[in-house]
Each structure stands twice: as C-alpha cells, then as structure tokens.
Design a protein around this ligand. Structure first.
Ligand code: ADP
Ligand code: MG
Length: 665
C-alpha cells in the first residue's frame, strides 16, 4: 500500500482527472498508454501520482518503482523493484542480468493480463541506460497491453545530451501524453499557510510557489522564512530529538531508501528515534524500509554532516551491505559507499565488478562511471592493472559517445605498455585507438595507429589481437572505396581468426566490412540471383559484438561473405549505441535487418538505409607489404561529435544548486 502524503493537493484537479481519463481509456480500449508527468524538483510529481494510485488501488494493480539517486545508479534498478513484486519470469530475467529486450518482453508479458494495471517509474532523469532501453521498448508497444505506464521526471535538469531526452524524442505520439506541473498560485500558497504567522504574500514571493519549499517552510515553524530550501529542511530537523536526528542522519547517507535491517546496522536503538521522524513527516515508510519525504531534504541533511560522521556512517553502510540481511550484495550500492567512505580497497574491489555487471545488462554509461570511479582510486595500483582499467573505460567510452575520454585513457594505457615493453598489449591498444579515432573521423591518425599495430603484432606469434587489427585495417580501407584491398584485408582477418578457433568479434567485423563492400558493388544482388551459396557464413556474434554496434550475419547468404546484415544495435535498441553506430557509419552501409529474425513483439522497425557521402575527402597511405600495399583512405564525413553524457557530479551539483538557490528558479 502506498504511503500517501496527507497534504491536500491544491491546483491539481485537472492533472488528476487527466490520469484518471488515461486509465479509463486504457481500460475501455484494452490498449495501453504512457503518461509522463514532469516539472521541477518539488513541484508535486510524486504527490500527484501517489494520490492517483491511491485512488485507483481498489480497481487496478499498481507497480511502483523509483530510479536511483546514486551517483551511478544500479543497472535495471527500477525493474528489479517491479520484478520483486511480480516475481516469475520478469524477476528471473532481471536477476539473471538479462538484456533490455528480454526484460522488456518479460514485463510486457506480465502486463498482458485481463485486468488493467498501472506501472509507475519515478524520477526517470536518474534512470540508468538499461532501464531507459527497457522503457523505450515498452513504450513503443504499450498499446498491445492493458496497462497505463506513468513516468515522472524533472525537466529542469535535462541538458541537451541527457539520455532521457533521446528517449522522449522517440516516443510514439499516439501512445504517449504529457502532463506538466506548474507552481502553485499565490492563493494556493495562502491556503497552505493557513493560520501560520508567516505573511502569505512573502511566503509566495520567497518560495516561488514551489510546493516542496512552501511545505518545508511551514513545517519548520518559526516566525521567519528560511532563505533556502536547505535552511528550511535544517530548521525542521533542528526541532527533533537527538535520537530522531541520529536516525535522520543515518537515513541521509543512503540514497533512495534505507531498509530497516540496514538502519539498525547504522544506528544503535534505531527504533527509538524512527517514530518521531515518521510522525514529523521528514521520513516516510516504504515497503521494506524508510525514506526521506524528498531527495532535496535528504541531500540537505547529508551535506550538513561533519566529514567524520559521514565517513563513519558510510563505512557502516558498506560493511552492512557487503553482507546484506536479505538478498545478495548490490555492487552499485557498495561501490557508492566505498567511494564516499574513502575506502580505496573497497572501491577497487567493487567498482570494476559493478562496471562489468552494468556492461552485461547494457548499462554502458553506468559501466563507464564505475571505471572512472575505480581509476580515481587507482594511484597505488600496479601499472598493468591500471592499464586494464583504462582499456575497459575506453571500451565503454566507445559505446557511450565518450570517445575523447576513451582516447585519453588509451593514450595512458599505451604509454604504460610501452614503458613495460609489453608489445602485445601496446599493439592491441594501438588497434583500439585506431578504432576510436576512425570513429571520430580522424582517419589519418587512425591509419598511422593501425599500421604501427600491424607492424608490432606481426613480429609476435599470430594471435587474436592481430586478427582484430587486420579487420580494423579492412574497415579503414573501405572508407577509401578500395574494394579489392578491403576484401583482401578482411579475408586475412577471417583466415587468421579461423586458424585461431574463430573469434566472433573479428569474424563479425571482417565479414560485415566485406559484405558491405560487396553490397555496394552490387555483387550480392548478382550472386543472389544465382544459386551460389557455398561460401556463405553465419556468425553467432557475441553480445559484446552486438553491443559494439557490429553487424551480424544471417545464414545462407550468397557470395564470399554473408551480407544479409542486420544492425544488432537495433536489437539492443540503445540510443547510445545506435547513435554510435550511425555516427560510426564507417561501413557507409545500409543496414538490413530481416524482420523475421527478431523475436516478435519487440516493435522494432527496419532502419532506413543510410545515404553514402557523395563527396568523400581522401587521404593516401602507402605500405610496402600486400595486401594493403596501397590504400586510399577517405576522411569520414564526420558529424558533430556529441557533447557526451552528464558527468558523474552532474546529478549532485544539479540538486545542490537547487537546494542552495533561494527560489528554486
Ligand atoms: N499540489 C500540491 N498542493 C499542496 N502541496 C503539494 C502539492 N504538490 C506537492 N505538495 C507538497 O510538496 C511536497 C513535494 O512534492 P513531491 O511530489 O515530492 O515533488 P516532486 O516529486 O515533484 O519532486 C509533497 O510532499 C507535498 O507535501
Ligand atoms: Mg518526486
């Protein structure tokens, strides 16, 4: 049962009616809808949706989830909240670290029931990448299930490159509605002020009609209006007993919600002060714990802690979460507390594990942030281990449009390997750097790197690194429209990969490149009309390959290589990877996805073919040894690089700035 704010909601009748009407449309047509409720922090999004759900709880099932306010959120965190309630297939998928498509499908199956349901996902501005992917998929097919999806988000913190923006831009118009919440009027603020000694006009003026600010000021009591939200929260907390303040401080170091067992590990005699916190309205009860009434209030209390007290509490949280009373350890939470506690060993233990887990479920932004976190604590690490972290970070940077950061990491890793005389790793990092530079349109530099990589790796016993380098050379050669050389390098890559037991990344990459060239030359069409199929290949590309936006190949393709290509990033449906793939565009190819090869119900339309640049700029590279003894390299028609994803500190600074501003404007 939802804990509903007892404050009467003013000036929200229209929005409440909008939600009721949306649900009634869903029930009447048995066809779902997505409603997005948005507005600034404290405007009343949560209060409105809670009110709505409480009203409807008798007639529909409600699933409620909130995105994490951790610096680096748990991958699929909200879906895990939902899955714990639904249990069954969805829980299995989420707990097994399923890909967004699998999770979306399990959720849709769950919602495809006879009675309508409401699914709320709160605070989408904090959603991890995998969660956004799941919601994107569900939103596209929401009309196929009798469910009302409700999302809330802060619209005052979405920068141009915020990942939520691209999701919002892709929503099907007929299936989604938006509700923007406005600040309260002077009359409404006066009503809330009631018999308070404060001047209602001044209260309205100073708070700008932000409901959270108004209610905090009123709850703080006293005869003056605190100049900031933070002051209002602290004034309110000052009225509590010592035991209650202890509880408040403990809950403040745990973003989102504190389980009761965790609270007991954080403060002695926790229950002594808890009731008072709940009665005062500063905390509210959640299904399995307690939480602040609002994230702004939590941050205000957290920031008021002395550094010593904060470290003590975070250390306790770290120890308790490492051996949780219920469930298995949550790596993202552990990495968070490890960092704030300043525990280097714990950061280096948990952050890379959290990164790996995030990458597995497709939350690459979060994976990148976890590697960044680990590297902040890596000063004492052995050079080789540091280089490994740098390479992993660069890999995630490649997938998340953070190529500049990735490049810097590769530069550092390369210097480490050169210093150590590790030729194999140096060659491989040069190849990775070539890939990144090629992706950024810096093809002249890319070919210098890949040439050096080839020269280094050819001096060593042939390995997978060399096969991947040949595939990279093939890809870079293709940009020069030199089909013969592209194919020759590609075949060299394939031959070596096969000799080494078949590295799917290499095979997928090289076959894709060759297939693209053949497609461009019309070879495929010619061969398709003949019965030639003997040399076709099918490559079961690894999920890692898929995540790289590399194409994979359907079987029985005619010609020297499979060219029935479908863009794996479409399957993954990650806007980040998709953007990466489209900007990557080095293949210059039309990516063809056979609809039949995708599981039904994912609602993915075939992508439009990409037009090739008609005026390629060219550069030349000459080598002495064939194949590739000569090659013409076209500069990629580079698009404007994106500004990338929000920095780790963005979330915190956004909320901080809101707290410390007087008017929340
Ligand atoms: N329409 C309203 N009328 C009166 N008080 C409101 C209204 N909306 C919100 N509040 C108060 O403001 C607080 C903050 O609202 P909340 O829904 O948590 O904001 P948001 O989710 O938009 O950040 C609520 O706890 C409630 O006390
Ligand atoms: Mg809220």
């Amino acid at each position: 049962m939802l804990d509903v704010d007892t404050t009467e909601l003013l000036e929200r009748d229209e929005q409440l009616a909008g939600l009721v009407a949306a649900l009634s449309d869903v029930a009447g047509r048995r066809s779902g809808l997505l409603v997005l409720v948005h507005g600034e922090a404290g405007i009343g999004k949560t209060a409105l949706v809670r009110q709505f759900c409480a009203q409807m709880a008798g007639s529909v099932g409600v699933l409620w989830a909130t995105c994490d306010a951790l610096f680096t959120p748990r991958p699929l965190g909200p879906l895990l909240d939902i899955a714990r309630v639904t249990d069954g297939e969805l829980r299995k998928r989420v707990e097994a670290g399923g890909q967004p498509y699998d999770v979306a499908r399990a959720l849709m199956d769950e919602l495809d029931r006879s009675s309508p349901s409401v699914v709320v996902v709160e605070d989408l501005h904090w959603a991890d990448e995998a969660t956004l992917d799941v919601l994107r998929l569900c939103a596209r097919r929401v009309d196929s299930v009798p469910a009302l999806l409700v999302g809330t988000y802060r619209d005052d913190c979405l920068g141009r490159s915020h990942p939520l923006r691209s999701m919002l831009g892709e929503l099907p118009s007929g299936l989604s509605r938006r509700q923007e919440l406005a600040r309260l009027s002077g009359d409404a603020v006066a009503r809330l002020a009631g018999t308070s000694p404060l001047d209602p006009g001044e209260l309205y003026e100073r708070t700008g009609g932000n409901p959270f600010y108004v209610t905090e000021v009123l709850a703080a009591g006293g005869g003056r209006i605190p100049p900031t939200v933070r002051d209002a929260v602290l004034a309110r907390a000052a009225g509590l007993s010592g035991a209650a303040r202890d509880v408040l401080e403990a809950v403040a170091v745990v973003p989102q919600r504190t389980e009761v067992w965790l609270l007991e590990a954080l403060v002695q005699r926790a229950l002594d002060g808890l009731d008072e916190c709940l009665e005062s309205g500063m905390l509210r009860g959640e299904a399995d714990g307690v939480a602040f009434r609002h994230e702004l209030a939590r941050l205000a209390i957290e920031e008021s802690l002395t550094p010593h007290r904060a470290v003590v509490l975070h250390r306790r949280a770290l120890a308790a979460l490492a051996e949780p009373a219920i469930g298995s350890p949550d790596l993202a939470r552990l990495a968070h507390h490890a960092e704030v506690a300043g525990d280097t060993d714990a950061v280096l233990r948990y952050a890379p594990l959290a990164a790996e887990h995030a990458a597995t479920v497709g939350a690459h932004r979060e994976a990148l942030h976890q590697y960044e976190r680990a590297l902040r604590f890596a000063a004492g690490l052995a050079a080789g281990q540091r280089a490994r972290l740098l390479e992993r970070l660069a890999d995630e940077g490649f997938l998340t449009d953070m190529r500049e950061e990735g490049l810097a990491a590769l530069d550092e890793a390369l210097a480490i390997h050169r210093d150590a005389g590790d030729l194999l790793r140096a060659g491989d990092v040069l190849r990775l750097r070539a890939r990144t530079k090629g992706d950024m349109g810096r093809t002249a530099e890319a070919r210098v790197d890949v040439r050096e990589a080839t020269e280094i790796l050819e001096r060593l016993p042939p390995g997978i690194e060399l096969a991947r380098t040949y595939a990279e050379v093939s890809c870079l050669t293709m940009q020069a429209d030199d089909a013969e050389e592209t194919i020759a390098w590609g075949q060299k890559a394939i031959a070596l990969a096969d000799r080494l037991g078949g590295d799917t990344d290499t095979l997928a990459h090289a076959l894709n490149t060759i297939g693209t060239v053949e497609l461009g030359r019309g070879t495929w069409e010619e061969r398709r009309s003949s019965s030639e199929a003997s040399s076709s290949r099918a490559v079961p590309a690894s999920s890692d390959t898929l995540q790289r936006g590399t194409s994979t190949y359907a079987p029985r393709c005619p010609g020297s290589a499979g060219i029935r290509i479908w863009n794996a990033t479409r399957t993954r449906e990650s806007s980040t990877a998709r953007n990466t793939a489209s900007r990557r565009g080095r293949n210059g190819c039309s990516r063809i996805r056979p609809t039949s090869s995708l599981p039904s119900g994912c609602g993915i339309r075939p992508p439009r073919p990409r037009a090739r640049s008609s005026t390629p700029r060219r550069a030349r590279w000459r080598r002495s040894t064939p194949p590739g003894s000569r090659g013409r390299w076209s500069e990629r028609d580079a698009g404007t690089p994106t500004t990338g994803i929000p920095s780790i500190g963005l979330r915190r600074s956004l909320v901080r700035s809101t707290i410390s501003s007087t008017s929340l404007r």
